[in-house]
Structures are given as C-alpha cells and as structure tokens.
Design a protein around this ligand. Structure first.
Ligand code: SAH
Ligand code: SF4
Length: 380
C-alpha cells in the first residue's frame, strides 16, 4: 500500500526509511524536501540517490486533498475548502496581519461536541481527519502562499487549531501533526506560536501537556455550570471546576504563563454585567494573572436562533474584566465577506453548489494584494 508521507512525523518517517533499508539522515532530508521546500515529486529531490527516489515512487506519495474552492477576502484573508471525500469538505483560513501570518486549521469533519452557537457543531460529526489531512492544510497553504507572494521565506508564523472540529477528540492524529509543525526540520514553529483550542476535554488536556505542550485556548463561554451545560454540552461531563483545575495543571507545561479563555458573546445569553462579574470572581479565586480572555463576537447563522451581543455590551463586558485585572481583548472579525470567521467554517460542508455559487460571487470582489507578513525564522 502506498504511504502518504504527509501522515508521518520525523520519527515515523525514520521508521519508514529504515524499512526501505535507508539511514535516519535520509528521513531528515526527505522531511525537509516535503515540509520546508514543499516538494511532492520524488524526482525533484535532487540530493537523494536515484535508487532511493525509485524506491519511494513505488511505495510512497506526498498528497494533499483537492482544493474545492479558494476565496480571497478584501482584507487579505484567504479561505480554502478542501475535499475530504464522501461529499465532505473542511476549511482552512489564512489571516495576514502586520507582524504575523496565522493559519486556522481544521481537525475533524464536523464535530461531536455540538455547541449551541457553532455551525460545525450543528452539522454533527462525520469523521476524524488523519494526521496527513491536518498537516496537508499547512503544507498546501504555506507553499501556495510563498508562490503567491513570491516570497522564499516562511509566510505562516502561527497556527491555531480553531477550524472545524474538536482537536482533543482526534488526539492520535493531532499529536503527529503538531510534531511536524514544531520540528526544526519541518515548519520549525515555536510552541507558543501553535495553539490548540478546546471546548475542555479534561483528560486530554493533561495528555497534551506531556506529549506536545503548545499554547492552549479553552472555549469557556459561560461563568457557571447551569449556563455552560446549555451552551457546551460537554460541560455535563467535565464541569467548570474540573476544567479550571485542568487549566491550572496545564500552566506548568505551557509555553506562555497564561491560558487563553475564549468567550463567544451571545446577546442576552451570556453577556450581562452579572456574567462578567461572576466570571471575574471565578478566575480571581486562583491567584496571579494566569489567564487572558478573548471575547469573540458571535457569528450568527440562521438555525442557531441566537444573536451577537451589541458592540457596546461587548465593550462593557470587557471593561468589567479588565477592571478586575484580567487582560481581555475583543477579537476583530476578519474575512467577513467570505464567511471565514469563527464558527462559520464549512457552513457548506455537504453543499458544494453553495460553495461554487460563493466562488462566482467572489470574482466580483476587488482583490487587494495580500500584506506580506514578516517571514521570520527567529523564535520568540
Ligand atoms: N472545538 C474547538 C476549536 C474549534 S472552534 C473549540 O471549541 O475550542 C474555535 C472557536 O470558535 C471556539 O472558541 C468556538 O467556541 C468559537 N466559535 C464557534 N462557533 C462560533 C460562532 N458562531 N461565533 C463565534 N465563535 C464561534
Ligand atoms: Fe465543536 Fe468547537 Fe464547534 Fe463546540 S465550538 S461544536 S467543540 S467545533
């Protein structure tokens, strides 16, 4: 059977090379060709012996998923829809900013957690992505962008696992993919520039701390269990006290000295002053500046029956938290014109026609040049 080398971290590739009777340093060379140079054809890998290239052609491939569509927003945000078979698709979003380029990556087709305010959750769960399908999103985007921007340095400086799916419910595929992102022979991203976002799978947070302690974002959305049970059904299994305790344990391993809490602002649901005060009390029960809040304006979709909080409500909520000494930011919405914002991803997983229609609409937008993020190799 042909092995897709995107499925393997460096350790896995070394084992694969050994099986072919090759030394470990060949795996390093191969890995660098694939991830640092974006090569997919073995004949292009000029410093590998011809005999090895022949062997590889018979046994392996480097294959990403087909791109169904690519939308470029007026603000430079790019969204790709990848075909993952069976009529399913997942989305990946590139968000350029002055000092960084962030890729938002999907981990599953749909999601089993079923949060009330999330369109991915509303679609239900189809399947886990493989490690190769997770890393292919970065592999494709990075090398596409380098060509597109005519840049030979790294374009993507940050990865956030905030696309479709719950990454910690696809743990076995997530870990090798994170290893490729962090590997100096791969993408060489520092742990603080890779973020796993979770709705709070407590035992898996402990495992992540040991296996690949990257930056952690936790989707909180409510200051008490009664409300969180309704918004994030997983709370029934791992209630807030357990979740907060797990965040604390994670801090000892985290690449930064804080955890980010995400809080989706829902009009009349979780956005009152009382909610903000209760949230501050919960956080302050633990000493130190150990967390930050990121308030996300809710991206409405028709079947949710929910609305986004008014901008002045979001401001007031942020003010209460900030005045309590908790650093709180309000997330800017990006890529609005192409539905690339949080929770809107793959609203059309099973509906390619809509994707095609959108693409047609997209052609009428003026496409501005994408600001070139600083291609940096230094680690911070
Ligand atoms: N499953 C993970 C990661 C993917 S969701 C998690 O839940 O953390 C990424 C972020 O988008 C989460 O914080 C999630 O709560 C938020 N989100 C989901 N739907 C949203 C919506 N409709 N509007 C705004 N944010 C949303
Ligand atoms: Fe799944 Fe995250 Fe959406 Fe909840 S918010 S349904 S965990 S993708």
């Amino acid at each position: 059977m042909t092995v897709n080398l995107l499925d393997l971290d460096l350790e896995g590739l070394a084992v694969f090379c050994q099986r072919l009777g090759e030394k470990r340093f060949r795996a390093v060379q191969l890995f660098r060709w694939i991830h640092q140079k974006g090569a997919s054809q073995f004949e292009d890998m000029s410093d590998l012996a011809k005999s090895l290239r022949e062997k590889l052609k018979g046994e392996a491939c480097v294959t990403s998923m087909p791109v169904v569509s690519q939308h470029i927003s007026a603000d430079g945000t790019i969204k790709w829809l990848f075909d993952v078979g069976g009529g399913n698709a997942v989305e990946t979003v590139f968000i350029p900013e002055e000092d960084r380029g962030t890729l938002c990556v999907s981990s599953q087709v749909g999601c089993a957690v079923g949060c009330r305010f999330c369109s991915t959750g509303h679609q239900g769960f189809s399947r886990n992505l493989t490690s190769g399908e997770i890393i292919a999103q970065l592999w494709f985007a990075e090398h596409f962008l380098r060509k597109h921007l005519q840049c030979d340095q790294r374009v993507i400086s940050n990865v956030v696992m905030m696309g479709m799916g719950e990454p910690l419910q696809n743990y076995n595929a997530l870990i090798p993919a994170l290893k490729v992102m962090l590997d100096d022979h791969g993408y060489g991203l520092s742990r603080r520039r890779v973020t796993v976002s979770t709705s709070g799978i407590v035992p898996m947070m402990d495992r992540l701390a040991r296996d690949a302690p990257v930056a952690l974002a936790v989707s909180l959305h409510a200051p008490n269990d009664t409300l969180r049970d309704q918004l994030v059904p997983l709370n029934l299994k791992y209630p807030l006290a357990q979740l907060v305790a797990a965040c604390h344990r994670y801090l000892a391993y985290a690449p930064r000295d804080f955890i980010t809490f995400e809080y989706c602002m829902l009009d009349g649901v979780n956005d009152s002053d009382a909610c903000a005060i209760q949230l501050a009390q919960r956080v302050k029960a633990h000493p130190g500046a150990w967390c930050k809040f990121n308030l996300i304006p809710f991206n409405p979709f028709p079947s949710s029956g929910l609305l986004c909080s008014k901008p002045d409500r979001v401001q007031a909520f942020a003010r209460i938290l900030n005045e309590a000494g908790i650093i709180t930011t309000i997330r800017k919405t990006r890529g609005d014109d192409i539905d690339a914002a949080c929770g809107q991803l793959a609203g059309d997983v099973k509906d390619r026609t809509r994707a095609a229609e959108r693409m047609a609409r997209q052609r009428t937008f003026s496409i501005h040049p994408i600001p070139v993020p600083v291609g940096s190799t230094e680690k911070v």
